[in-house]
Design a protein around this ligand. Sequence first.
Ligand code: HEC
Ligand code: HEC
Ligand code: HEC
Ligand code: HEC
Ligand code: HEC
Length: 474
Amino acid sequence: MKLKQWLSPIVYLASNWISLIGVVLVTTAGILWIFLLPSSLRGHSIDPYIGILQFMLLPAVFFAGLALIPLGIWWFKKRHKDQLPAVFPPLDFSNARFRRLLAFLAASTVANLVIGGHLTYKAVTYMESVSFCGQTCHVVMKPEFTAYQNSPHSRVECVSCHIGPGANWFVKSKISGSWQVISVTFNLYPRPIPTPIENLRPARETCEVCHWPQKFGGDRIRVFNNFSDDEKTKWTKSVLLMHIGGGNGYEGIHGAHMGPGVNIRYAHTDKQRQKIPWVEYTGKDGKTFTFKAEGYNGDGPGQLDVRTMDCMDCHNRPSHTYQLPERALNAAMADRQVDLSLPYVRKVALDVLKQNYATTEESEREIPARFRAYYEKNYPQLMASNRDGVERTAKAVMAVYAKNVFPDMKVTWGAYPNNLGHTDFDGCFRCHDERASKPDGRTIPMDCETCHKALAQDEESPKILSELGLDKRK
Ligand code: HEC
Ligand code: HEC
Ligand code: HEC
Ligand code: HEC
Ligand code: HEC
């Protein structure tokens, strides 16, 4: 009798099939929620697919169910307008039925708020996680995720750069994110994913949360390792003193473009912002100069897209740094992952790396095989005396490829230009080509000492490194 009394409001509420489905959905999601609660409270490194189930599907089911219950009642009333009892039970507290209904509604609302709130919170934090951004769409984000893991930002969450703090961008990202989920589901996305990202948040609000321009400063030593393609590999080093500068001043690379009051705008003719025929520079004194590339006839930017320069115009690959084969191989060689005693090792490796492979599987099969085959054919004795070296190097060459080329996403060598520098891509030289200003008096300089001082150039053991005690780190 007791149980029947308690159940009666539920039965009453759910006496139509729409509400009934709603009740079933809410209950199922609620039970699953309790079931999965312990794992989600521990809350770290969840398998991306369980994550989708738990943090996206479950909340969706739960809230859909909640919405169906009143919808069913509304529909039921509309449908059975004429058959409803003429007199409803009076709505006062002396009516036991009404008290029970209220108690039930209150209790179930509190429960739903707790469960719903927790589910929403979990869904939101899950969608901000590196696992969701980087791994859920497996193939799509594989290039970015792989490069990210090998970058100085591998501990910085995707959302720190791609969304940043604040409610405004949060909503914007959820809107564009919904489209991304659809385009992945229905395979509508372009390959490779085009850059630059059009709605990337300005660096001021993302990068500068962690990197304070006031704290930049000084010079920094960079060592570049080079290796020859000869039979006997020669290892040389260039040492550059990079004039990074900045620190609220106008010194150096950062100061010249990012100093207080400095504003640089530029027009580009291509989507990737590689061709820059028009630059406008406003200095701290408010005076404006324009610079035109040779052969550009317009006075202003005309119809071209104009952009204000920020961190991303130089650091466009702070976390997804794909390298060209030469540079990537140099790094592996300097790390000694490559056996430098193998004859023509750089030439053979580059040759294998630059061939076309239709899929990742094909590259995993063919790259080590082709590398090995060269030595089997040309240096059979070596295969007997140093098979280990060949095998180890074949693996390292494969790793170089796997970090930079993703056939499934059509990300090949050089698909994403890196603007920091000028040897692999135009980079700084997109503007720094000695173009003169209007009004006269300034140029965007190309002089080799403008940005860095060469302390050593392609030397086998640069004196400067031994003076600084940096030569021991080999
Ligand atoms: C340190 C900041 C930073 C972090 C962290 C970061 N990104 Fe990016 N991401 C960028 C920038 C900058 C670009 C390129 C913008 C441009 O060229 O317009 C970019 C571009 C992309 C692109 C476009 C394709 C491409 O390669 O240019 C995708 C997709 C992407 N990021 C996904 C991710 C994912 C997934 C994560 C986390 C695993 C992540 N990003 C973490 C800064 C970041
Ligand atoms: C959430 C904090 C955070 C955000 C946001 C962030 N970074 Fe960083 N960044 C770091 C940390 C931490 C390091 C240092 C890693 C180290 O020293 O190993 C770093 C390192 C760097 C470096 C130095 C890499 C090197 O070669 O030493 C550059 C350049 C850089 N960030 C640029 C950017 C740019 C550009 C953005 C915006 C797109 C950005 N960062 C956004 C935290 C952040
Ligand atoms: C004009 C191009 C340019 C702009 C704009 C620029 N940077 Fe840099 N940044 C560089 C170069 C070049 C280096 C040195 C890289 C190297 O050592 O090879 C550098 C170095 C850095 C480093 C490493 C500093 C160190 O001491 O190791 C950080 C961090 C950094 N930049 C962050 C930023 C942030 C944040 C912004 C935006 C406020 C920004 N940069 C704007 C070109 C630029
Ligand atoms: C969008 C165009 C543009 C790009 C790209 C660009 N710069 Fe500049 N840079 C300028 C302008 C404009 C000036 C100011 C020239 C002047 O003083 O009249 C400048 C000035 C400088 C200066 C100061 C020069 C001096 O005479 O004191 C340095 C150093 C510098 N840039 C380094 C770099 C580096 C390094 C890169 C690449 C990572 C780079 N720039 C990329 C436009 C650019
Ligand atoms: C506008 C600034 C700028 C000017 C001018 C400039 N460089 Fe550079 N250069 C850079 C930057 C930035 C890097 C570092 C790239 C990186 O971090 O990978 C670099 C790197 C290099 C490297 C090492 C690259 C490598 O991959 O081995 C060499 C060599 C070099 N520059 C030579 C020159 C010479 C020669 C000139 C004169 C024609 C010159 N640079 C003019 C900014 C400049």
